[in-house]
Structures are given as C-alpha cells and as structure tokens.
Design a binder for this molecule. Structure first.
Ligand SMILES: Nc1ncnc2c1ncn2[C@@H]1O[C@H](COP(=O)(O)OP(=O)(O)O)[C@@H](O)[C@H]1O
Ligand SMILES: [Mg+2]
Length: 236
C-alpha cells in the first residue's frame, strides 16, 4: 500500500467576506516530496497557503495532514503538529535581531525538540554571522533565509513556502533552492511552495499543481517540469 500522504486537500473553498476566492483546490503530497503550486497573479495561491496553515477559514472541503483532519484547527495547533508556514513577503520581525527571530520560531514550534538553532546556522551560515543584526536592516535574500530558518527551528515535517524568490537576487534564490533540497534530503521534510519565477520552479520542484481562478486545473508531472512545460501553464 502506498504511504499515507502528508497533505491531502479536497475541494477546498474559501472567501474574503462575501467574495469567493477558492472554489475547489485539490492536491495531495507524499512524504519528502517537493511540490510547486504555480499560476498567474491573483489566482489564489497565497489564499490556498493561508487556508492550509489556518490563518483563513475554509468554507468548504477538507485538509488532512498525515491522515488527521485539520480543516477546523487553529494555525497554532497546525504549527504544533509540524506544519511550518513562510508567508509571501516573509514577515520577519524587523526590529528584532536574527537570533531573537529564531527564538520566536522555537516557541512557535512548541519546543518539541532540542534547539535546532545550530542546524539552522549550518544550513544558512549568513544567519550565524549576522545573529546580532536587526532583521529589518538585512537584504531580501538574508531575510528570506531567516524566515525559513525561523520555521526550521521548530522542526517542521511540512513546510509551506509562499514565493521564496520575491525580492531576492537570483544568486541567493539559487542558494536558497539548494539549501531547501538539502533540508529535504537530510531531514525528509516535505515542501509545498508557491512560485511564479520559472528558474526557481525548475531548480526546486519535482512536480507541481497549476491553479487558475481559485482551482487546481492541472498537474505538472516530473516530465513537465521543464521550460516548455511550465511556460505552457504559466503564460497561456
Ligand atoms: N485580504 C484580502 N481581502 C480581499 N481580497 C483579497 C485579499 N487577499 C487577496 N485577495 C484577492 O483574492 C484573489 C487571490 O489572491 P491571492 O491568493 O493573493 O493570489 P496569488 O497569490 O495567486 O497571486 C485576488 O483576486 C486578490 O485580489
Ligand atoms: Mg501570492
């Protein structure tokens, strides 16, 4: 029997006020997979991520995490179960130092394991170098590494990452993609990421899902993770 999916989403619906945004998102992700959620601006990718972590209520459909129905759980509960979320725009605490940001991450993760701060410093040495620096004064790429590090200290089994390339210079995007791949290889962490940048999708994704107007409309199989395959779906 195939292993139970880490994340299984069926018919997910959500709205902002009276405006329906998600009208049926379906996806399923196995342990240790790296999967992209792609689609043009405004199709509901970030809205999907907010529903998955529990910052936005689902008005229909279900979300199962490792077989457990988490559809109605709070974001805190989901974080404690091992789901880490990095929002679009990163949202590090700008007035806190790198180290203080990471300490907050440890608290959010529920302190289930001994501190992983050293592990984070191994993956992102710049954070160790800058640990006393106030986060708001760092570059976009450094803040993105910090945002990922802040989730990583909680020891997540599933990372939800929204547009890691946004506002990050290309060489650092490539570094972040390499590190995310090592994290998966070393820790078997499952990763679902939203992305519009073709190079980032190609460097990181093993397969993907394509959204249009609030729904998943296609799957990107491993063979579709190519310039032509992704372009066809993104630039129709
Ligand atoms: N806080 C909000 N309130 C109302 N509408 C929103 C809000 N955030 C996003 N939207 C709308 O929901 C739709 C989907 O947005 P979003 O999920 O951010 O798209 P994507 O991440 O794919 O670019 C868009 O039409 C957007 O204008
Ligand atoms: Mg978005």
């Amino acid at each position: 029997m195939p292993a139970e999916p880490v994340l299984e989403v069926k018919g997910l619906m959500s709205s902002y006020g009276a405006t329906p945004i998600l009208t049926g998102v379906d996806l399923s992700i196995g342990e240790g997979e790296i999967v992209a959620l792609v689609g043009r601006n405004g199709v509901g990718k970030s809205t999907t991520m907010r529903c998955l972590i529990g910052l936005l209520r689902a008005s229909g459909g279900t979300i199962h995490y490792r077989g457990q129905d988490v559809t109605r759980m709070s974001a805190d509960e989901r974080a404690r179960l091992g789901i880490g979320y990095i929002p679009q725009g990163r949202d590090v605490f700008p007035r806190m130092t790198v180290e203080e940001n990471l300490q907050v991450g440890e608290l959010i993760g529920g302190g289930r394991q001994r501190s992983r701060m050293d592990l984070v410093f191994q993956y992102f040495p710049i954070l160790k170098e800058r640990r006393k620096q106030v986060a708001g004064t760092m570059s976009g790429g450094q803040q993105q590494q910090l945002a990922i590090g802040r989730v990583l200290v909680g020891g997540p089994a599933l990372i939800l990452l929204d547009e890691p390339s946004e506002g990050v210079q290309p060489s650092i995007v490539q570094l972040i993609c390499r590190v995310l791949r090592s994290i998966r290889d070393d820790l078997n962490t499952t990763i679902l990421f939203v992305e519009q940048n073709l190079d980032t999708i190609l460097s990181l994704a093993e397969r993907g899902y394509v959204m249009e107007k609030g729904r998943v409309v296609a799957r990107l199989e491993p063979r579709d993770v190519s310039q032509e395959g992704v372009r066809r779906h993104l630039l129709l």
